[in-house]
Write a protein that binds this ligand. Structure first.
Ligand code: ATP
Ligand code: MG
Length: 359
């Protein structure tokens, strides 16, 4: 057994620079990959989820990669006292998944709290990470800044490690996420590496893969206030919003006073964000959209963005409305997913107990 892994190691940077090989390796052997990702049941999924992660999930599933979607209900109580309307939010996430193209027959969709063995992995994993590392995590710091709680609870501080358990319980190697999740992916990679070094299998092979982040086309879509679009910050445009609501929300989006519309993400983030959103919906470049609007100003930009979003999401929204009529089906999807996730988590926990020498 090696003892070279100190818990004070430097951050373990995932190789995010080049994912161009991904499609090729996935296409060549989809069964060699597994995807895990998820969304907190804190509200309806929004355009940031769609272009940041969800569209990639659907793409990977269609290529034939096995898909795990965790609804991390325990992570809701990291930044609030109780999980408000938990069952409703959970069912609505399933609805958003199915409406955007996730195939429930081939995906495993489950809640955190329904898979005890997954949560038990948290205990050995916590021993692999130092308190200083937990305090340094920039995403945790940001979420603490936006939290409604007076004091930071232990679950908040340790939730990147919990997320490592979410990813590693099913040995996922691909994690389609937004940019805010990159520090957490580093934690998952660090936990996997340290666990593998500390507890190798008798034949020297590793128990866990090193998961990779897969950034979407909009790794950080901004909300109507110019900050990260988030379910719980009152700045989001839900995937399932109706056309009038979408128009109203986009009309209220923050922009700037320069009538000449141009794509400059660093200098003009809000205008560029609307250009990117429009471009993604119309399969064009943001520069082309900017050129077309020219001197039309923010009002023309918002009208164009509204039409593009409503057009793109029309079939998804129609399907969502159909699926929403059958709540029992949504619960059945979760029940089946939980069964599959439990079987896999039990097997992984048994393996972990064995390499740790538990009786
Ligand atoms: P909350 O406000 O409850 O934290 P959220 O909107 O941040 O909600 P999460 O459930 O925390 O959503 O994140 C789910 C996934 O969606 C993560 O992979 C995250 O990186 C991605 N994501 C969330 N917001 C955005 C965004 N604005 N742009 C791109 N990706 C995003
Ligand atoms: Mg979040």
């Amino acid at each position: 057994m090696t003892t070279t892994t100190a818990v004070t190691d430097q951050p373990d940077l995932a190789d995010l620079s080049d994912l161009s090989d991904l499609d090729e390796s996935v296409r060549a052997d989809p069964a060699a990959h597994r995807v895990l990702t998820g969304d907190r049941p804190t509200g309806p999924l929004h355009l940031g989820h769609y272009f940041g992660s969800l569209r990639n999930r659907v793409r990977l599933q269609r290529l034939g990669v096995e898909m795990f979607l965790v609804i991390p209900d325990y992570q809701v109580i990291t930044d609030r006292d109780i999980a408000d309307r938990l069952a409703e939010h959970t069912e609505n996430l399933v609805l958003d998944y199915l409406a955007t193209g996730i195939d429930a027959d081939r995906a495993t969709i489950f809640t955190h709290s329904s898979v005890p063995a997954l949560n038990q992995l948290l205990l050995p994993f916590l021993s692999l990470v130092s308190v200083a590392e937990l305090h340094r995590n920039p995403t945790v710091k940001d979420e603490i800044a936006h939290s409604s709680q007076a004091a930071v609870n232990g679950l908040m501080l340790t939730y990147p490690v919990h997320q490592a358990a979410d990813i590693l319980f099913c040995k996922a190697d691909l994690v389609p996420v937004g940019k805010d999740q990159l520090p957490h992916l580093e934690v998952a990679r660090t936990v996997a590496r340290r666990f593998n070094e500390r507890y190798p299998r008798p034949d020297g092979t590793a128990v866990f893969p090193r998961p990779r982040a897969l950034l979407g086309a909009a790794p950080l879509l901004l909300g109507t206030d110019g900050g990260k679009m988030s379910k719980s910050r009152g700045n989001s445009i839900p995937i399932g919003a109706d056309e009038d609501t979408t128009a109203r929300l986009l009309k209220g989006a923050k922009t700037d006073a320069d009538r000449r519309i141009g794509y400059d993400p660093a200098g003009r983030p809000e205008v560029s964000n609307l250009l990117l959103l429009t471009a993604l919906c119309q399969d064009r470049t943001p520069e082309e959209v900017a050129e077309e609007i020219g001197d039309g100003g923010a009002a023309a930009l918002k009208r164009t963005a509204t039409e593009a979003v409503n057009e793109y999401f029309r079939p998804i929204r129609a399907r969502r409305a159909e699926l929403a009529a059958d709540r029992a089906h949504l619960r059945e999807v979760l029940r089946a997913g939980s069964g599959r996730a439990n079987a896999i988590a039990d097997a992984t926990l048994a393996e972990v107990r064995e390499v740790m020498g538990s009786l």
